[in-house]
Write a protein that binds this ligand. Structure first.
Ligand code: ARG
Length: 578
């Protein structure tokens, strides 16, 4: 983004250090904006110079930095150079700052922050993101919601960066649960209820049959029978299973749509029955299939070969396991997509599972196992609705929508909305996402509706609110597509703070692309909103000279565009009114 500025500073350093400008660009960073006004725009930290070997380690580092800074020269881009505590600081020409930043925002549009020298060496690749992956007939818990929104964010990000992304949902659509479900459905299933509310009905049947099976052997037997028939491909059972699967997916899709999420492929464990058996043969042929005392087939993962650590791959009755199907699925995806990267998004409880999966793949000689990555996250506690525990994703979305509608009812503008429920939904989803993305993904958090839906503070409601306000400003004062403006009209401290903050957008995206932690972007957008609110209060448009009004309006328009871009990456649909 800040091409000209970063490049000019790097060029200055290059002249003195005798290292290429390109290499030096990454050590130049925009100074993070705080609430206090600041005069500095960029910095080069002494640490980054040291770690790259551009300064020599030793006690006189600070004086080396001082010497270096003294050899740099101000020009029409850089207007001030000063050595500070462990950094060399730069102020840039403020007129240029306004001109270039605003121009870039409009010129690059949704690519603002992405078309940047920070991403110049970024390879575009084929990436599979596997996420959400609920289990048919079972609870869709908070963990699945987290996987859904985190995976969607990662897929959005990877795609924005130019990768070819395959969004995959790997359903829990196989296993003894279907035996129970099949047996249960024969006892108390209803076609009518199934059609009316498939997820609900399947879950009810599943819960009920589970209860029965606890002390009735005939039910357990019937479940085993049904599952056996399934495994042997008996037509009727398979048809029923397929019916359950199809209507569940249809239902999931409706709900994913409300979340703004889509999938390119619905995969699932069921697809890997046969392949899992073939794989077991391969494991056996390679002499890697070991048996535990209990007769379970395992792959030894211990460093000394004593079976102190292993991955279970086959039950004593010869049937495959979650792990076996995952190995087969990974191999199949490699064949089908030849991916450069595959990311699995699940709760941290499955960390060991994925570590072992990647290790087994490696042992099997699949060198591409290094391309697989597990992105894990912490537990959400206490996600409840007014009706009680969350069973379906739909419950959470409905609750967010209805609570939001209630909160919005107090505001005047809500009455003018064409479809308040749909706005409430978008704001509610934003609230869920921001709450979830605020901290490190690995931390657990306590869910609290009131906190989630607050309109002030670091919430999704606040982001939506700011975005809507900036839009209403444009509706009220819009002056067409005017792009010409006088940068000297954007020199108030509130405008400068916004411009400085925009200088850092590409750095933030770069950071997110490295560690896949959405919180950097969330915090950035919250700060952007704060700065925009302050500017909105102080930099009036109505009543200002036309030249000033035009410049300010353009700045606000730019801010709302960046805010919208960032929100969309997070998986939020920005609203224009609320
Ligand atoms: N269905 C699983 C669950 O709910 C998640 C699947 C994760 N993906 C995988 N390839 N194992 O726990």
């Amino acid at each position: 983004m800040a091409c000209l500025f970063r490049r000019s500073i790097a060029a200055q350093l290059s002249r003195v250090l005798g290292i290429s400008t390109e290499k030096l660009i990454p050590v130049v960073s925009a100074v993070p904006v705080s609430k206090k006004q600041q005069t500095l725009d960029f910095q080069v930290s002494v640490n980054s110079l040291l770690t790259n070997g551009y300064l020599k380690l030793g006690s006189n580092v600070q004086s080396q930095a001082k010497d270096l800074s003294e050899k740099l020269i101000c020009d029409h881009v850089i207007t001030e150079i000063a050595v500070g505590q462990r950094s060399i600081n730069f102020k840039v020409n403020r007129s240029l700052l306004a001109e270039i930043v605003v121009q870039e925002v409009f010129k690059k549009g949704s690519k603002f922050g992405i078309v940047s020298e920070l991403f110049s060496g970024y390879p575009c690749k084929r990436v599979i993101v596997e996420f959400s992956s609920p289990n048919i007939a079972k609870k869709f818990h908070a963990g699945h919601l987290r996987s859904t929104i985190i995976g969607n964010f990662i897929a959005n990000l990877k795609q924005a960066l130019g990768n070819h992304v395959i969004r995959m949902n790997y359903l829990g659509d196989w296993g003894l649960q279907f035996g129970l479900l099949g047996a249960g459905f024969q006892l108390f299933g209803s076609e009518e209820k199934l059609n009316a509310n498939p997820l609900q009905h399947l879950f009810e049947v599943y819960v009920e049959v589970n209860k029965l099976a606890e002390d009735r052997e005939d039910i357990q037997k019937a479940a085993q029978e049904f599952f056996k028939k399934l495994e042997h491909g008996e037509k009727q059972s398979v048809a029923l299973w397929e019916h359950f699967r199809t209507i569940s997916i249809e239902e999931y899709e409706k709900i994913y749509q409300r979340l703004g999420v889509h999938f390119d492929e619905y995969s699932g464990e069921s697809l890997y029955q046969v392949k899992a058996q073939e794989l077991l043969q391969l494991i056996d042929q390679r002499g890697l299939l070991k048996k535990t005392k209990q007769g379970v087939g395992v792959v030894d993962l211990s460093p000394t070969g004593d079976l102190s650590v292993y991955a279970k791959v086959v039950r004593s009755d010869g049937t495959s396991l979650y792990m076996t199907r995952d190995i087969a699925a990974a191999a199949h995806r490699m064949e089908k997509y030849n991916f450069d990267k595959m990311i699995y998004v699940t709760a941290k409880e499955q960390c060991t599972h994925f570590e072992q999966l990647f290790e087994v793949l490696k042992i099997l000689g699949f060198n591409w196992s290094e391309r697989c990555q597990h992105v894990s996250f912490g537990i959400v506690k206490g996600m409840k609705t007014r009706k009680g525990d969350v069973v379906f994703l739909e419950d959470v979305l409905n609750e967010a929508r209805s609570r939001m509608l209630q909160n919005m009812a107090a505001s005047k503008t809500t009455k003018e909305l064409e479809d308040p429920a749909s706005t409430a939904e978008k704001v509610g989803v934003a609230a869920l996402i921001v709450q979830d993305f605020k901290g490190p993904l690995l931390s657990d958090y306590e869910f609290d509706w009131d906190r989630v839906l607050q309109s002030q503070g670091d919430t999704g409601v606040y982001l939506q609110y700011t975005h809507a306000r900036l839009h209403s400003l444009q509706r009220q004062c819009g002056r067409g597509e005017e792009r010409q403006f006088n940068p000297d009209c954007l020199q108030d401290p509130q405008a400068i703070a916004l411009l400085q903050h925009l200088l850092r957008y590409d750095e933030v995206l770069h950071q997110v692309s490295e560690d896949l932690q959405p919180r950097h972007l969330v915090n950035y957008l919250i700060m952007l909103s704060r700065l925009a609110s302050i500017a909105h209060r102080t930099l009036h448009i109505k009543g200002s000279l036309p030249e000033v009004a035009t410049a300010r309006l353009l700045l606000f328009k730019g801010i709302s565009a960046v805010l919208a871009n960032g929100m969309k990456l997070l998986g939020i649909t920005p609203v224009e009114k609320m």
